[in-house]
Design a protein around this ligand. Structure first.
Ligand SMILES: Nc1nc2c(ncn2[C@@H]2O[C@H](COP(=O)(O)OP(=O)(O)OP(=O)(O)O)[C@@H](O)[C@H]2O)c(=O)[nH]1
Length: 395
């Protein structure tokens, strides 16, 4: 296969890749980033088409206007992909990139007007595309520390693929730039060398396909994480919802029984919560619940499980915690809520019922919850703002 046929074949693959990317993102939920990525795919496909029209079969300029539009389309495709990434990581992009596109088109038309060589024209494209690759790389890097990183995993497969594809782009462009100085004959169309075809078409093609895949992956990873969160988290307090609490609690309990280790369960209820609702309104009540959820979460270690059992009741499971440690935890939970300041100004207290699984004991989840629940009723009946241990320990 000669260089001209290879370049047409690879350009057609790139054209199809652009169309597939556009089609996929058009059918995804309508968000700013998916729209930008769909547009980027369309621009890429259109740009490649126009580039094919722009050259004759000898690789010389045949239609300068098509070439100008094609090159500008490819640059816009990269800028749109970057702007989509910005939007994905919750950053806004102004209108200045479109000024850049205009400036690029102006410079490229000057080069066509003065009929500079293919290699010299490539330098402009190389510099412009390098800029977009570094911008996108910066976006991936900043995405690991911004608001996105607080909700989602810092490292994901999609992001790694994206970074690898950008490094492929950057290194091939640098190699092409350097080689075009020392070995300009490698890049003379149409008798382009194998190295030339690889650096101009083949490697960037695999890079751009990989980059499109990475955009889809980071989008799906976020979609799945959101679904998972919706299915397992209590929206108001950020603690686990009851179903997930029971699932995790049963798992920890089964493990503790199997290993003959200790485990503590705390049943937590906000005192006189109805009064807070009645006096300050349900919205203020909601904020109190959210605040208590956050405070209780801070009192738990990694590996502990905290969930909202229902209404103003929370439940926490502490693996590896024995009777004495459970008493300390009970005291710590009371303190943490009692010392918290809420917007309505009044202190809020909780009551806690604790049950402990002793080493070698067999207990079901329901039994342990029932024991802690009975202990909680004692705490309530004996004046609230206190913790009580399940009867067998007679606190
Ligand atoms: N704002 C708000 N209130 C809730 C929510 N879930 C339950 N509640 C309210 O919580 C209150 C619970 O009241 P009670 O069960 O009487 O308990 P209490 O007033 O805390 O009294 P004690 O538990 O005996 O100290 C009810 O008024 C519920 O309407 C919620 O998600 N948000």
């Amino acid at each position: 296969m000669n260089a001209a046929t290879a370049s047409i074949a690879l350009a057609l693959v790139q054209f199809c890749g652009g169309l597939i990317m556009a089609g996929l993102f058009m059918n995804m939920p309508k968000e700013h980033c998916t729209r930008l990525w769909a547009l980027s795919g369309l621009c890429g496909a259109a740009g490649i088409c126009l580039m094919l029209v722009g050259y004759n079969h000898m690789g010389d300029v045949w239609n300068p206007l098509a070439l100008l539009a094609g090159n500008t389309g490819l640059f816009s495709c990269c800028l749109l992909a970057w702007a989509g990434l910005r939007s994905f990581y919750q950053r806004r992009t102004g209108w200045w990139p479109w000024l850049l596109v205009g400036f690029y088109a102006f410079l490229f038309s000057l080069l066509l007007l003065y009929q500079v060589s293919f290699t010299q024209r490539s330098y402009l494209a190389l510099v412009a595309l390098q800029l977009t690759f570094w911008l996108a790389l910066g976006e991936f890097a900043r995405g690991m520390s911004g608001p996105h990183a607080q909700r989602y995993a810092r490292w994901s497969f999609g992001r790694c693929i994206g970074i690898v594809s950008l490094l492929i782009f950057i290194s091939t462009h640098v190699a092409r730039f350097v080689l075009s100085f020392s070995h300009p004959e490698l890049f003379i169309p149409p008798a382009m060398s194998n190295i030339g075809v690889a650096l101009i078409y083949l490697i960037p093609l695999s890079g751009s396909l990989l980059f499109s895949v990475s955009l889809m992956m980071i989008y799906f990873e976020r979609l799945l994480a959101d679904r998972q969160r919706l299915a397992t988290e209590d929206q108001l307090t950020g603690a686990l919802n009851r179903r997930e609490l029971v699932r995790c609690g049963e798992l920890l309990l089964a493990r503790a029984v199997e290993r003959k280790s200790v485990l503590a369960l705390a049943f937590i209820d906000v005192d006189h919560f109805k009064q807070i609702n009645d006096r300050h309104g349900h919205l203020a009540g909601d904020r109190v619940l959210a605040g208590i959820g956050a405070t209780l979460a801070q009192s738990c270690r990694p590996g502990d499980v905290l969930g909202r059992y229902g209404g103003e009741e929370f439940c926490a499971v502490f693996p590896g915690v024995d009777h004495d440690q459970a008493c300390q935890i009970g005291q710590r939970l009371l303190e943490s809520v009692r010392t918290q300041r809420f917007e309505h100004g009044h202190p809020v207290t909780i009551s806690v019922g604790l049950a402990v699984l002793q080493p070698g004991n067999q207990r079901s989840w329901d039994e342990l919850v029932h024991e802690a629940d009975l202990a909680l009723y004692r705490a309530k009946n004996e004046g609230r703002n206190a913790y009580r241990m399940a009867m067998s320990f007679g606190h």
